[in-house]
Design a protein around this ligand. Structure first.
Ligand SMILES: [Zn+2]
Length: 298
């Protein structure tokens, strides 16, 4: 599908099409997807069942903007209809002016850590918290278009926190099938690329999530690399994967969870992409595909 196609908000139907090639491969029991043979032109594929049926644009059931205050799309639509995803946009816009609140120590596994941090920013001043928020909202829209229930860990980009243990707790409480924390790094200017952080084994904490989280990371890494033009990080991690045991957001999670460090905000080449709204649409497509891939395997 051409990425240069019309600017402006895409319809739900269009967004849903991004997942069709892979879902057609995976959801073999889904009769309505039978028209999409592997390798067929995705633009000619039959839309998956749901409110998008027969609609080429925004229909009465389309609540993507939430402006009409309508109820959430009914459970039971789309190939991800029984899946719950928690998306955690890292940091928050109010953190910088709430030092005492975000510096308080909270449980982060065997040790304690600060509630949250301010995050990185590009050399032109595009803050990470805003990038994380904007990308997370785009990913949410895409997954919801395919039926998933999506929970964000914060409701806007103006607040403070929540603390890292609460962010993990939101995924636990939702009994999420997958959780992803979206960040961008503030690495050395000379280093570029993305990486996915997976939980290492921390006794009494992460044993149950290490394996599924690695599977999630591999799906996400592959789709993100193919879909975004961002290479594996060349200044840390190994082939775009980094295992860590010191992150509260992972240690406190009881559901499969990874962090995506979407690029290096301090690197000019990466920053030009991260700052580009059109690129963020592509990145969101890739992240949604990676998540869907993992969710359909379960
Ligand atoms: Zn961050």
């Amino acid at each position: 599908m051409p990425v240069s196609a019309p600017s402006g908000p895409r319809s739900r139907a269009t967004r849903a099409l991004y997942l069709i090639p892979l879902l057609a491969l995976l959801a073999t029991g889904c009769a309505s997807a039978s028209g999409a043979e592997p390798g067929s032109d995705p633009t000619s594929a039959i839309p998956l069942p749901g409110p998008d049926d027969g609609s080429s644009g925004r229909g009465p059931g389309d609540t993507a903007d939430g402006e009409d205050g309508a109820a959430q799309r009914p459970v039971g639509d789309g190939p991800l209809h029984d899946r719950v995803v928690v998306i955690d946009p890292g940091h928050n816009g109010g953190n910088a002016s709430a030092a005492s609140e975000i510096n308080q120590q909270v449980p982060a596994g065997p040790q304690q850590k600060a509630c949250d941090t301010v995050g990185a920013e590009t050399n032109t001043g595009y803050p990470e918290h805003l990038f994380n928020w904007e990308l997370s909202v785009l990913v949410k829209e895409r997954l919801e278009a395919d039926g998933a229930t999506v929970v964000l860990t914060r409701e806007d980009d103006e607040g403070v926190g929540p603390c890292i243990d609460e962010r993990a707790g939101i995924g636990n409480e939702a009994e999420a099938d997958a959780a992803v924390s979206i960040h961008a790094d503030g690495g050395p200017e000379s280093g570029r690329g993305f990486h996915v952080i997976v939980p290492g084994e921390v006794e009494g904490y992460t044993e149950d999530i290490v394996e599924p989280s690695l599977e999630l990371a591999e799906d996400l890494r592959r789709e993100y690399r193919e879909g975004t033009d961002v290479p594996y990080a060349d200044y840390l991690a190994q082939d775009g994967l980094d295992e860590r045991t010191d992150l509260g957001g992972l240690n406190m999670s009881t559901v499969p969870k990874v962090f995506l460090e979407a690029g290096n905000m301090r690197n000019a080449e990466d920053a030009a992409l991260l700052e580009d709204p059109e690129w963020r649409e592509r990145a969101a497509d890739a992240i949604a595909r990676g998540l869907a891939m993992y969710l359909m395997r379960e």
